[in-house]
Design a protein around this ligand. Structure first.
Ligand code: ARG
Length: 255
């Protein structure tokens, strides 16, 4: 009888152990799946480019922040935004320090040599900001031989560098280029149209010329060969099709 009892006990204990193991195993696998749910994606940006990315109460907000948030939500990632100089973004992406770059960034052939771009999510145009009074620049042709402020490493910088005898003044932030304009240190600033509107609104006495040049397309850049690019394109397409991208853009830009 004793023998039978201890045998039963042994079997019972064995069963409990097996049950505990299975339970632990089960827990483990669900922890793993919640791991992927909260996996982070780091976005490299330069948050000095309203309305695409700028700081509000210490937080980076704007069209790009919202679109990136919507993409990450769709793909099951937590979005982390890393603010840096604009000309550091591509290196952050190629080195793997950031998973993607999104900063009102124009698709260019030169950049395509170091990173992959998603499909474009919006269009932009480079414009010229001048002082309202006594500006020596009234059109793009007048830029020849003038001193022109740009944000370092931007397409504005690239275009202006090609202008005959132009003296290019490169600033870390577009806002600093516009400040130099208001102080008479440069004759004009070349920058993307939407941030230009924000800068002009913040700097009375400046205006945007009606003579825009260089149409561009903005896209997200990723490490060359990244598997994320296809996933991002799929998410972007869905967000375009269901009107989310339009809604986000309209939230920040009133026509
Ligand atoms: N579209 C321009 C470029 O790609 C300027 C972008 C600047 N973006 C920024 N977040 N500061 O070069």
């Amino acid at each position: 009888m004793k023998k039978i009892l201890s045998a039963v006990l042994a079997v019972a204990m064995l069963c409990t152990c097996v049950l505990m193991f299975t339970a632990c195993g089960g827990n483990n696998s669900s922890a793993a799946s919640s791991d992927t749910e909260t996996k982070e994606l780091h976005m490299a940006t330069n948050a000095a480019f309203e309305p695409y990315e700028y700081k509000e109460g210490g937080e980076v907000v704007g069209i790009d922040a919202d679109i990136a948030g919507a993409i990450c939500k769709k793909l099951g990632y937590k979005l982390v935004i890393d603010d840096m100089d604009f000309d550091a973004i591509i290196t952050a992406v190629t080195s793997g320090k950031a998973d993607f770059g999104m900063a009102g960034m124009t698709i260019t052939d030169e950049r395509k040599q170091s990173v992959d771009f998603t499909d474009p999510y919006t269009n932009a145009v480079q414009v010229i900001i001048v002082n309202e009074k006594d500006s020596p620049v009234a059109s793009a042709d007048d830029l020849k031989g003038k001193s022109i402020g740009v944000q370092m490493g931007t397409t504005g910088d690239i275009y202006v560098t090609d202008i005959e005898d132009a003296k290019v003044e490169r600033f870390n932030k577009g806002a600093d280029a516009v400040l130099a304009l208001t102080q008479g240190k440069v004759d004009a600033v070349v920058i993307d149209n939407q941030p230009a509107k924000a800068f002009v609104a913040q700097n009375p006495g400046t205006k945007i010329l009606d003579d825009p040049f260089e149409n561009e397309e903005y896209a997200i850049c990723l490490k060359k060969g990244s598997e994320l690019t296809e996933q991002f394109n799929k998410a972007l397409k869905e967000l375009k099709d269901d009107g989310t991208i339009d809604t986000i853009i309209k939230k920040y830009i009133s026509e």
